[in-house]
Every structure is written in C-alpha cells, then in structure tokens.
Write a protein that binds this ligand. Structure first.
Ligand code: GCO
Ligand code: MG
Length: 404
C-alpha cells in the first residue's frame, strides 16, 4: 500500500482549523488535525513546504518509521509547530490503518477498556452569581464534571470568561492580538476560595470541580491556592504555573494535596518526563494534535501509567473534531484514562466535520465507525476561508507583560 498524495485544508467555520487528508493507492484516506491556535499558517507551511513531499510513496502502515523519520530527520526538533505538523500525518496514518482493518481506532489501541468516556465542560460567568447559574445549567445538561471559571472582582475581564451572552472564543479574528486583558494575582487569589465555597454550598460535594489557572501564578502562589482550595476537594487545578521549569512543581506538591493537571502546551515526552516520574502531577493534558500524534502520546500514556499519572486531554474548541474523535478512541482504550475536556463545537463545525461520537449524560461515546469516525466536508469547508486570528496577550495591572 502506498501514500499517493496529501492535501492541507485551512477553513474557518467560526474559527480556524487546519486539516490534513492523506490519500493512498487503495482509495482509503486518513484525516489529521494540524490546528495550532493563532499560528495556523506556520503549521501549513511546515507540512506543505517541507514534510508532505517526504511521505509520498511510503507505506502508510509504517507509522513508527515515518514518525521517527519526521522527528529525527529535521535535525531541529520539538516545539508546537513541528509537533502539530508531525501529529497531523501520524493521525492520518492511524486513521488509514484502522479503516483498512475495518475497525474503530480503539480496537487497535487495546480495545474497549471502558464503555464511556467521562468528560468535563466549561462553566464560566462574568461574576459569581452568573457563574453559579452556569454551573447549574451544565449540571442540568448531565455533566458530572465541570470546570469553573469566573470574572474576578476588580479585574475587567479574564481568561476563560466570555462577555455576557456570548460563547467563549479567545482567538479573535482581528488585525492584531487583543491587549485589553490585565491581571492581578492578588485579586484572583483573594476571590478563588469564595468562588468554590459558593459552588460547594450551592451544589454540594458530588460534582467534580475543575479550575484552570492558565499559567499565571508563581510556584508559592500556586501552593497557596492549592492549599486554600483543599476543603473543596477539587478534581484538579490546571496550569497553575508556566510549565517550562518542571521542578516548579516540587514546591507546589510540598504544600498541597489538591490534584494538579498540566500539559496542553507540551509537545513531547521531554516536557513532562520529570513531572511524571517524580509524580509531581496527577493528570497529563498533552493531547494528540500538539503532542506529535497517536504514536508518541500512546508512549507517554504508557509511561505515565507506571507512575499512576492519568490522562486528561486538552479538548478546547480550537482542537478540531478530528482530534476529538481520535482522543475519544484513545480515552476508550488506555488504562490510565482520567478525564476528557469537552467544549462542544458549534453546529456549523460539526457539519464541516461529520462524526460518529456523541455526548450523553456526562459522558462521551466514540461510536464504532471505522478509524476515528470523523469525516471532512471539503465543499462546505471551502465556503469559510481562513482569517488570521490571534490569542489575546495579557499584562499585569502595572503593564508588565505576563502569561495569558
Ligand atoms: C483549556 C485551554 C484553552 C486554551 C486554548 C488555547 O483548558 O481548554 O486552556 O482555554 O486557552 O485551547 O488555544
Ligand atoms: Mg487549560
């Protein structure tokens, strides 16, 4: 069997997506997600100008050798652009392999370890009362796990919170990055215990609660937050600190038993090897599209299993339904699955990417279609051309550039 062609599709049905389609001489094609929010075209170029010509003529079953060729062959390694490009190819080849076997992907990854995938949604409100309303609304939709983000008194607008009456979409399709966000750690830390006290008072102990710090604290501030939120038994606190320095987590771990999640910005095992082997985290979030594909992320999950670290894949709307499809099959098969993020895509996106997976009563089900069970409507996608979009940047109240 041979790869005969590969095409990159960039579309923007409400937000930008980059989709790779790999064709074979047996008529079977595979899909890969290459979306890197705010830097999409860099990945398109890496694919079209450099690595796609290298895979034409190869056997699509040779996923390990092709991955090693693409990773080692560039000389320059790692990074989100490189690894998203490699991931797209790796995903497409696994999709082809499963389709040729006439199997849903999970049957090639170990089979059904579970019959449904626990997911968490995003409840966000402009202030505490609105946030409580949103948590209630998602609980009514059956979610058992809810990420809670709220507007913070004294801060104009902050990460994860949509202006009233709008859907949260941080990538603004405008001329330049939005610089209106500003950040006060003091105000944030003062408010968090009040927020989760209110959520527990209103909804009790059963609801699994998550929160995303989005890279903004120092290790000792993160330790304080983890400690002060212990009475509320969170499922996890995510991305409390910027994670380039893995030993940051030793300090946090010393001070709190609140479970920690990190990794959506990681793209190889080397970004998290220390976090996992020293059990400094409880959930690894590096996902298939930014982690180099199924081939390396499966190795990472198996490595994490030894240290009792679970998966908690990133699953925001800027990861396309192709990644969601692949992730749900992965989540169904690996032993140390923890939880899957679920920000439902808009209906138009679901039309561009018809899929077999579905949500019901707090869980998602990958379906039993062959491959990932996701397709791509090229004609419909062509109606929504790419528009450059940036993620916001963030400054502290004194103007210091900080992490968004
Ligand atoms: C999450 C993430 C997102 C990111 C977004 C960046 O936990 O879902 O932090 O909110 O900001 O995916 O493109
Ligand atoms: Mg996050």
């Amino acid at each position: 069997m041979k790869i005969t062609d590969a095409k990159v599709f960039v579309c923007s049905p409400g937000r930008n997506f980059v989709t790779l389609k790999v064709y074979t001489d047996e008529g079977v094609y595979g899909l890969g997600d290459a979306t890197l929010n705010g830097r999409e075209k860099a990945v398109v170029s890496y694919l079209e100008d450099y690595i796609l010509p290298c895979i034409i003529g190869r056997n699509p079953y040779d996923t390990e050798d092709i991955w090693q060729y693409l990773y080692r062959g560039a000389y320059w390694r790692r990074g989100p652009v490189t690894m998203s490009a490699i991931a797209a190819i790796d995903m497409a080849l696994w999709d082809i392999r499963a389709k040729c076997a006439g199997q849903p992907l999970y049957n090639l990854l170990g089979g059904r370890t579970r019959d449904r995938v626990l997911v968490y949604c995003h409840a966000n409100g402009t202030d505490l009362p609105h946030t409580l309303e949103e948590v209630g609304r998602y609980r009514e939709l059956g979610y058992r796990a809810i990420r809670v983000q709220s507007g913070i008194p004294g801060i104009d607008h902050t990460y994860g919170v949509a202006p009233a009456g709008t859907k949260y979409e941080p990538a603004i399709r405008a001329g330049l990055p939005d610089e209106s966000a500003c950040w006060s750690t003091e105000k944030y830390l003062a408010f968090m215990p009040r927020l989760f006290q209110a959520v527990r008072d209103r909804f009790g102990e059963d609801l699994l609660l998550l929160h995303d710090g989005h890279h903004r604290l120092t290790p000792i501030e993160a330790a304080r937050l983890g400690k002060e939120l212990e009475p509320f038994h969170l499922f996890w606190l995510e991305d409390l600190v910027q994670a380039e320095l893995q030993e940051n987590f030793r300090l946090i771990r010393r001070h709190t038993t609140t479970p920690l999640a990190v990794g959506e910005v990681f793209n190889t095992i080397y970004d998290c090897q220390q976090l996992i082997s020293e059990q400094l985290i409880d959930y690894i979030r590096m996902t298939i599209v930014h982690g180099g594909g199924i081939t390396p992320v499966l190795k990472t999950a198996h490595f994490a299993e030894m240290y009792m670290v679970k998966t908690g894949f990133h699953g925001a709307t800027d990861l396309s339904p192709v990644t969601m499809g692949a992730a749900l099959h992965f989540d169904t098969a690996v032993h140390n699955f923890g939880i899957q993020e679920h920000m439902p895509h808009e209906p138009l996106v679901d039309e561009v990417f018809p899929h077999a997976y579905h949500y019901a009563d707090g869980y998602m089900y990958p379906g039993d279609a062959v491959g990932f069970g996701v397709d791509f409507d090229e004609k419909l996608a062509a109606k929504y051309p790419y528009q450059r979009a940036y993620l916001p940047v963030n400054r502290k109240t004194d103007g210091t550039m900080w992490n968004w």
